[in-house]
Design a protein around this ligand. Structure first.
Ligand code: PEP
Length: 253
């Protein structure tokens, strides 16, 4: 039985004060309202808040993560942040390959494969994102796109390493648009990803890996999405910027 995950990606939102207020609210609400046995809640702020978010959440079931890291361990990479630095700030998870980074920063599957390596070698969990654009879906190419994202970014890993990865399926056309994939569309892709994992790693490993859905998840659609056999929670953008809606999504698990 996979434990569900609800992770809030703040993107480039919230100044320090706002981020601390949101963290405190979420931590208090989660303590009172969310069963820690059922769902892992993760706050994923901008880098500069990670240490403080992790410190505020310490001792609670809420975890902290980061939205990206550099592929090298350390060195002369001005403006970059390493997985080890993120870990030393108290974070446990790092998002890799969010569609905004693929789009605006030219991140490729090959680059992401190297980032996955560094995250896992640091002992953190990678939340590896995949998902098709609307043009790719309309052309009937979505399975092909997702297959190459998953295979090229992840399938060099051993089964043991793969168990340190969470996959997030985020159709690009559903991110921040208010348009959610239908439950059937989302489950179809999640089952497809699970089948890829089964073919490569076997049933036991494939069944242990969490596959999150992301794309306009809100409190009123979360329960139905999360009730699907292969949907193990959500990566939440807009609705994670408000404590009430984010915690309500966690409660929908
Ligand atoms: C995201 O960017 O990961 C995301 C899912 O955003 P939203 O929930 O706002 O669609």
């Amino acid at each position: 039985m996979r434990k569900k995950i609800v992770a809030g990606n703040w993107k480039m939102n919230k100044n320090f004060e706002e981020g601390m207020a949101l963290t405190s609210e979420v931590v208090n609400m989660v303590k009172d309202e969310v069963s820690a046995d059922k769902v892992t809640v993760i706050l994923i702020p901008p880098f500069i808040h990670v240490h403080a978010v992790a410190a505020l959440a310490k001792g609670s079931p809420v975890l902290a993560g980061a939205q990206n890291c550099h592929q090298e361990v350390k060195g002369a990479y001005t403006g970059e942040v390493s997985a080890e630095m993120i870990k030393s700030c108290g974070a446990t998870h790092i998002i890799l390959g969010h569609s905004e980074r693929r789009m605006y920063n030219g991140e490729t599957n090959a680059l992401l494969a190297t980032k996955v390596n560094v995250v896992l070698a640091t002992g953190l969990t990678a939340i590896y994102c995949c998902g098709e654009t609307i043009e790719q879906r309309n052309a009937g190419k979505h399975f092909e796109v997702i297959e190459s994202q998953v295979k090229e970014g992840l399938f060099h890993l051993s089964a043991a390493q793969m168990k340190q990865v969470v996959i997030a399926y985020e159709p690009v056309w559903a991110i921040g648009t208010g348009v959610t994939a239908s439950t059937a569309q989302a489950q179809e892709v999640h089952a497809f990803i699970r089948k890829l994992l089964t073919d490569r790693y076997g049933k036991e490993t494939a069944e242990s890996i969490c596959i999150l859905y992301g794309g306009s998840v809100k409190p009123d659609n979360a329960a139905e999405l999360f009730s699907q056999q292969d949907i193990d929670g959500g990566l939440i953008g807009g609705a994670a910027l408000q404590s009430r809606s984010f915690v309500d999504i966690a409660k929908a698990c």
